[in-house]
Ligand binder design. Sequence first.
Ligand code: UDP
Length: 478
Amino acid sequence: MGLISDVEIGAVSLDRFVPVLGPERVATTLGIAASVREKLHGGAVWNVNSTAVGGGVAEMLPPLLAYARGMQIDARWVVIHGEHDFFVLTKRVHHALHGSVGEGGPPHEVDRALYEATCTANASELALRLGPGDVVILHDPQTAGMAPHLIDRGARVIWRCHIGADVRTPEVDQGWAFLRPYLERVPVLVFSRREYVPRDLDGPRVRIIQPSIDAFSPKNEDMDVDVVRAILAHVGVLSGPCPDRASPVYTRRDGSPARVERVADIVRAGPAPDVDVPLVVQVSRWDPLKDMHGVMCGFAKLIASGRAGDSALVLAGPNVHAVADDPEGPRVYHDVLDGWYKLPPSARARITLAMLPTADVDENAAIVNALQRHGEIVVQKSLHEGFGLTVTEAMWKSRTVIATRTGGIQDQIVQGESGIMIDDALDLDAFANALAGLVSDPDRRRRMGAAARARATEHFLGIRHLLDYAAVIDEMLS
Ligand code: UDP
């Protein structure tokens, strides 16, 4: 068995954007794609990352690559393989670049041997499959160490970093000190925000590209209220009388209709709120930086202060036993669960933890879609955030968002207009106050939701993202 595995991608036409954004933007994108295609001379554009499921990168690649393939660009996606120890190490690098201290602390010189062995093995295998002039986009720290090897084999390499910290700390410096040697000869470095570019890497090879969501995926496609309720009741997130409970239908990424099956492996702590209870929702990986525990404590404060109205909180994430590249998941989930058991019964009765099934990516996405749409308020109270696709997803769904003023969330929300940002994630009173203000004001929620939708449509859909990538590759090949 080989180390790298291919992820299958479809081909989709950009025409579906015409009704959303108008014909001009579509025509511009097709024009630049044609130029890229010509300059590639039949070569491929490879994308390399560490997982096909879970997290922002795995979320963004399928639609972008499908649109690229729809424009006859040979876009491909491969996932590297590593042992558990490798992903524990790359998680430490990830935390360091976020400026936080994860388990094991920032990476050290002694960690290089493990990192390089895995990267080199994966790169050697990929190199065997590269054609002359192929472009390779390496995503995130897990793959940066592949760059020197691939460049030696003649590949044109772009390193795409999806994470970063607003503030330089010793941990951030240590993270970059670890990665720097692998990036020295990489001709193009792409970051999500200018603030994330380390000073000594900044220069002409740096490009800024903001992430995006796919408006037409199972995660973001329009969904009738009845379908939303039916899906959530069907899988056991909600309870109570519910329309069409037996057959909630969503659209898979290949365009075919599918039914959400009764899912045996959903894991829930706490009650399934009634379909008519207004929900506050955070959907995230079980990662310490997402601060699920803090969301739970802030909501418990809201309840204790008597300002929660009849609202309930759902904290949802993937099944921690099923996501390969997130070794901290089980511990984080169980910490939140421990905290949940310590809450007073009155709070436990209105706070639900849910591990969503991940075996079928599209079905997981449909459940997330339903949950985000059903949430009156969508929260992303991260301690740090690279960009925060969950925020974009909620904005696209016209939800009112309360999120931390961190990372790319600041580029998405216009404070007080298209959402609310909390300055300090650890300030649970500020969080509870923001919730209280919105729980009691449906008009304000509707206004903010509409502004959020307009902003997401203009700036954060896949077509803008694709155009940015096409421009970078076009320039690289010129
Ligand atoms: N997500 C999901 N299922 C889950 C939890 C999260 O599909 O159970 C998705 C979420 O909808 C979003 C992505 O994972 O599309 C997370 O991206 P984000 O940028 O918010 O954070 P990251 O996980 O990359 O740090």
